[in-house]
Design a protein around this ligand. Structure first.
Ligand code: ATP
Length: 199
């Protein structure tokens, strides 16, 4: 699986549509201070579902929308799309190219799309689970994460290995199943109470 394209429009400093094509090998983004290099990384983290504006170096989500300049009007929509080549079928879908899109409107509404079709964030996280690609995975390593891994803060080293070993999806499923069991137990107790009352 290879990341092939990033499209940004109306996100942070990118008022115009901006496309980065990732060829085989290493792609470097260079530019003067403040030109938007880190915003490119933020956009990837965001399209993968990041919910905390703090992680995107913003105080609130609305601030990720292009604010305009002296000469340009602000945008009302931020949109980022990330495309992967899936010819090796590492993602559990029949599509050989997978594009995920996130949109956020100034009105506060947001949308996620999978190959142009509206979906839930859960569909996207499920699709990428255990591939090492998620808003908080080791696919994007910032300086603070290196510190956390070295000091093993909040068991972060174990989390990293679990994601790489492909077991995090089972841990999440186990948690969901235990929650369902708990809910079912509560329902059963309620049914027993009702039966007791009827009898
Ligand atoms: P450095 O090399 O100093 O780390 P950088 O190239 O990584 O810089 P970024 O931090 O990505 O730069 O970008 C900062 C720029 O993004 C600032 O000029 C800031 O004004 C601009 N910016 C951030 N949010 C918005 C927004 N919502 N609308 C317009 N511009 C924005």
């Amino acid at each position: 699986m290879q990341l092939t394209k990033l499209e940004i429009k109306g996100f942070k400093s990118f008022g115009d549509r901006m496309v980065i094509n990732f060829d085989k090998g290493i792609t470097g983004v260079v530019g003067p201070n403040g030109c938007g290099k880190s915003n490119v990384v933020d956009s990837i983290r965001w399209v993968l579902g990041e919910q905390k504006s703090r992680m995107l170096r913003s105080d609130k989500m609305e601030n990720i929308i292009f604010n305009g300049t002296k000469k340009r009007k602000q945008s009302n929509l931020a949109e980022v799309s990330l495309t992967f080549n899936n010819t090796k079928n590492l993602l559990p879908t029949e599509y050989s190219n997978v594009t995920i899109t996130r949109r956020y409107y100034r009105t506060g509404e947001s949308e996620y799309l999978l190959n142009g079709v509206t979906c839930r964030l859960k569909d996207i996280t499920n699709l990428f689970m255990d591939t090492g690609i998620s808003s908080n995975s080791y696919a994007i390593i910032e300086l603070k994460m290196v510190d956390d891994i070295l000091t093993d803060k909040d068991n972060s080293r174990r989390g990293l290995f679990e994601e790489a070993a492909g077991i995090s999806k089972f841990k999440i499923r186990k948690k969901e199943t235990l929650k369902k069991l708990e809910d079912t137990d509560t329902d059963l107790e309620r049914v027993e109470d009702l039966l007791f009352e009827i009898e």
